[in-house]
Each structure stands twice: as structure tokens, then as C-alpha cells.
Design a binder for this molecule. Sequence first.
Ligand code: NDP
Length: 287
Amino acid sequence: MAARILEGRVFAQKFKEDAGTKAAELKEKYGIAPGLAVIIVGENPASQVYVRNKHKSCEELGIYSEVISMPEDTTKEALLEKIDALNGDSKIHGILVQLPLPKQIAADEPEILNRIDPAKDVDGFHPVNVGRLVTGEDALVPCTPAGCIRMLELADIPMDGKHAVVIGRSNIVGKPMFHLLLSKNATVTVCHSHTANLAEITREADILVAAIGKPNFVTADMVKPGAAVIDVGINRIAPKKLVGDVDFEQVKEVAGAITPVPGGVGLLTVAMLMQNVVKAMEMQMKR
Ligand code: NDP
């Protein structure tokens, strides 16, 4: 039997509705809307599209949004100064620096991201938030893995007591996914490029998360019949053709549930960012 298709837009819509409702409640209670500032340095066309989408989502949901465009030749000092100003700006509850940074400051990325007040770190990349996630405290969590977990919950796919396998161990996806699945009482295995007998491990997975960055890497023989397969990968294989890390056509015949690419996890990320902005304001107001 072919798998249930987990359509990203359905879940993204729900995340956005929830964020919009909470944004209105916060505005009512405190007299100010949640606010997001996005800093974009340079002219990277893909980044410009991402930033526009974030701004548009904020506008739709009643979240205040500022886009700060800085020139390609921005220095580290100028960027840090801007972050400091936003850290102290009471209209702004969430700050993010759009990546990648131009080459003259690319190596300074950790220092730049760590300058963001952890309370406003809506990307969840700051070591304070990473630490809170690991210790199980309330944290701002990276949007993509947080969105995947919320989608599994809304889709009634059980995690408690299940074996989850994550392929990929990046700080943005794989590692936070590991901690989030663990917090849902899954037994979690993380695989990476040095993992031996990968297919043997993935075939044990009730929940298989692919965050690799290799087109159609996960094939049907790597998937347990009935498993939930979450494809985080976004790979451009032709100017207008995106595919995931999972061979969707093959794997959907084996899996119990699967996310498509495009139209799956990719749509969750901005919607989850909206939830993080609202959550950041809630946390700041309680301080
Ligand atoms: P990274 O390149 O940072 O990490 C890739 C991971 O895959 C690494 O841990 C690497 O292992 C592992 N890997 C690579 N080759 C293999 C292999 N042959 N076998 C097993 N593991 C392997 O990527 P990201 O985590 O940032 O992103 C992963 C994918 O998700 C990309 O396609 C990216 O575009 C997409 N993405 C999508 C988002 C969305 O909104 N939907 C958001 C973020 C990312 P090792 O550590 O050993 O090198």
C-alpha cells in the first residue's frame, strides 16, 4: 500500500494559524506585537527570496518585521554593532542573521551569531539555547527540526518507545533532531558519513529522518515497511528541479508515511520561525 503523504502546506498552515492567534493575544496583553528583525548582508539572490518570505509571513500574521539590508562589504564590527542595537530594541523579540555571510566575514560566523541575545535567538543556534535543548530546559530550537517534530505530533505518528534513525549530524538539523526525538522518548540512532552498515541501521527505523544533502540517497531497500520517512534534504538537480535525500517514488511504496520534496519539510521552516518569534516574546515577557 502506498504511503500517506505528509503535505508540508497543511502543517505549515496550522503552525501559522497558531502563531497568528498567539501574536494577537500578546499584542492585546502587552500593547505591542511580537517583532522580528532579519539582517541580510549582501546580494545573495536565494537569501533575498528567503528574507522576503519571512517578511511576508510576519505581515500575514500580525508580527512586526524589520529587514535590515547591509552592503556586501560590511565589516564584522558594523554587523556586531547592528546586532547590539537590536538586542537592546524593545520592539524586537527575535533576531536572525541570514546565512551565508559574504566571504570577508564568513569565518566570523560563530562570533556573529553568538552576539545575538539568546532570548532573541529565534534560529536556536546560540550555545545557550543548544545547552538548554540538551538539558531539557525550555529553549528556542532550530526551526526545521522543531517543525518536523511538531508535524509528527499533529500527524499522530507515535514517537514514544519507537526507534528513530537520523541520517546527518549537523548543528542545524541532525543534532537538534536527535535531542528532540529523545525528549519524545524515542530511542534514537544518529548516522553520518562514517557510519558502517548504514542500510542495516536505517531498516530498523520506525521513524527515519534524512538530512544529508545527497539527492535520492535513501532507497526503498533502506526503509522498514510502514516507517515514517521525513525528508529534510533540498537538492537542486536542474535549474527548476528540486529533489530530496529520499527516492520518493520508490520509498513511498514501502513507507507508511512520507514527506515529499518539494512541498514537505521545506514549507515548515518559515512557519516554525513565526512560532519561535512568538515564543521568544512570551519568554521575554516572563523574565
Ligand atoms: P550538512 O552538510 O551540514 O550535513 C550533512 C550530514 O549528512 C553530515 O552530518 C554528513 O556526515 C551526513 N552525510 C553526508 N554523506 C553521508 C553519507 N554518505 N552517509 C551518511 N551520512 C552522510 O547539511 P545540513 O544538515 O545543513 O542539511 C542537510 C540537508 O537538509 C541539505 O539538503 C539542506 O539543503 C537541507 N536543509 C533543509 C532545510 C529545510 O528548510 N527543509 C533546512 C536546513 C537544511 P558527516 O558529519 O560525517 O560529514
